[in-house]
Design a protein around this ligand. Structure first.
Ligand code: EPZ
Length: 418
């Protein structure tokens, strides 16, 4: 397991290109299973989760090759409909293959994804939706066997919670189902719109993606297409955080500022000066961050749960006390104990964290509890006095393409040791 060695208290400055979105590339790569042909996906970040997804595609019979940040998938011949335990567990979000495999083959055999570091990750909304498509489910020995005897039938599906993954699985299953499917209370994340853009490029008929009601008119079959993945809004905000916590400045090139609405208002409340010029965003940090009265994580376009941990690191050195409420996942405060080892003063009660800003963090040895919690520890280490060692950074490699290279380009003293 690799670790980062960080010498803190260096002001970070720079201009960076933000990686392609992990949470857009994953469902789009899964969606290629629906297409009889070759798909060319540009701006695919180099991540462990992407590598795991490519392993699953190859297991199913796809031919996949990577040329720089472009991944080419030939899914003409899909030979299998099962995803083995080891591949399912390499990546939590492998459940996203369900809709695509069912849509292509009418059958799917997967293992229950199992919980992860941030919560149980139930899939009831996915299963209820598949049953509405006329899919039969048999459970046993940790495996789920899905069969659509007479093919997938369109349905009107109301989600009790705007689940990102469930919305994506329904869109995938509905794309080649017979009839018109309507999703009510769909997730509105930009990654949903990007998936729909990819599928429409393959010949699907999806409208309303990005809104709460999505309509998918099933088509007979899908071809491949060429598509460029949107920039990663969570990675973008992470680098904004690196500049903000070190009194520095950063220009992000080629992002989509409208994807960062609720995030920009939080950074401005902390005293950052943010200017937008087309697809570029420049942040200039204040000499001392101000507290944020209340942050409540919400489905898009609310404040994203994936930024709860990184922003908590920022509030831990802000002037004043901030309140952070995590409404999406039930176990997403595992970075609090590690931040406390660096000197942060945080009290947790259920889903609420009260962060009393301190003048200075001090370096220590800490362990990444999960992907975004690991990022929070890196940001805190950039600010802390002395040396911070962040262990178990394999979690971070799941979601960030060369984090240490980007931070080093901004002037950070960060080394990766295996
Ligand atoms: C996606 O996960 C993202 N992952 C997550 O990013 C992100 O945090 C999350 O959406 C919320 O924005 C990918 O896109 C690969 P959900 P997903 O279904 O689809 C409950 C990261 O760090 N729920 O919207 O799993 C669930 O337990 C990752 O990049 C059910 O109860 O999120 C959670 O409490 C972490 N039943 C809430 O809904 C279900 O059937 C949100 O889950 C499905 C979900």
């Amino acid at each position: 397991m690799g670790k980062y060695i960080i010498e803190g208290q260096r002001k970070l400055r720079g201009e960076i290109d933000v990686q392609g979105s992990k949470n857009s590339a994953l469902p789009i790569l899964a969606a290629t299973v629906l297409c009889k042909g070759v798909s060319v996906i540009h701006n695919c970040p180099r991540l462990l989760d992407i590598a795991a997804t490519i392993n699953i595609l190859e297991h199913l019979g796809c031919k996949v090759k990577r040329e720089g940040s472009t991944v080419i998938v030939d899914s003409t011949d899909i030979t299998r409909y099962d995803i083995p335990e080891n591949l399912m567990h390499e990546m939590r979000s492998s459940i996203i293959f369900l809709g695509a495999v069912l849509g292509r083959l009418g059958k799917a055999n997967i293992s229950t994804p199992g919980g992860c570091e941030i919560g149980l990750r139930p899939i009831n909304l996915h299963l209820d939706a598949m049953e509405k498509f006329g899919v039969e489910l048999e459970e046993g020995h940790g495996r789920l066997e899905f069969t659509a005897k007479n093919g997938l039938k369109a349905a009107t599906i109301t989600l009790s919670f705007p689940s990102v993954g469930a919305t994506e699985n329904i869109i995938l299953a509905a794309s080649t189902a017979v009839g018109t499917t309507v999703i009510i209370n769909a997730a509105r994340e930009p990654e949903i719109s990007d998936l729909a853009d990819f599928l429409n490029g393959c010949g699907a008929r999806i409208s309303g993606a990005g809104e709460s009601t999505v309509v998918i008119e099933g088509v007979k079959s899908l071809s491949g297409t060429e598509h460029t993945v949107i920039p990663d809004r969570i990675a973008a905000a992470t680098y904004m955080g690196a500049a903000a916590i070190t009194q520095g400045s950063v220009t992000l090139r080629n992002i989509i500022p409208s994807h960062l609405g609720s995030v920009i208002s939080v950074f401005e409340e902390m005293g950052c000066d943010i200017s937008i010029n087309g697809r570029n965003l420049t942040l200039v940090a204040p000499s001392r961050l101000q507290r944020v009265k209340t942050i409540r994580t919400m489905p898009y376009p609310g404040f994203p749960t994936d930024l709860q941990a990184p922003v908590m690191a920022l509030t831990s050195v802000a002037k004043g006390t901030s309140v952070i409420i995590e409404t999406i996942f039930e176990n997403r405060f595992k970075h609090v104990g590690q931040l406390a080892r660096l000197g942060a003063k945080i009290m947790v009660d259920g889903r609420t964290a009260v962060v009393e800003g301190v003048d200075r963090l001090t370096g220590a040895e800490v362990v990444s509890p999960d992907l975004r919690g690991g990022c929070a520890l890196v940001l805190a280490g950039l600010s802390a006095k002395g040396t911070t060692v962040v262990d178990a950074i394999n979690h971070i490699d799941r979601g960030y393409d060369g984090l240490e290279d980007v931070l080093s380009s901004m002037g950070a003293n960060i080394k990766r040791v295996e």
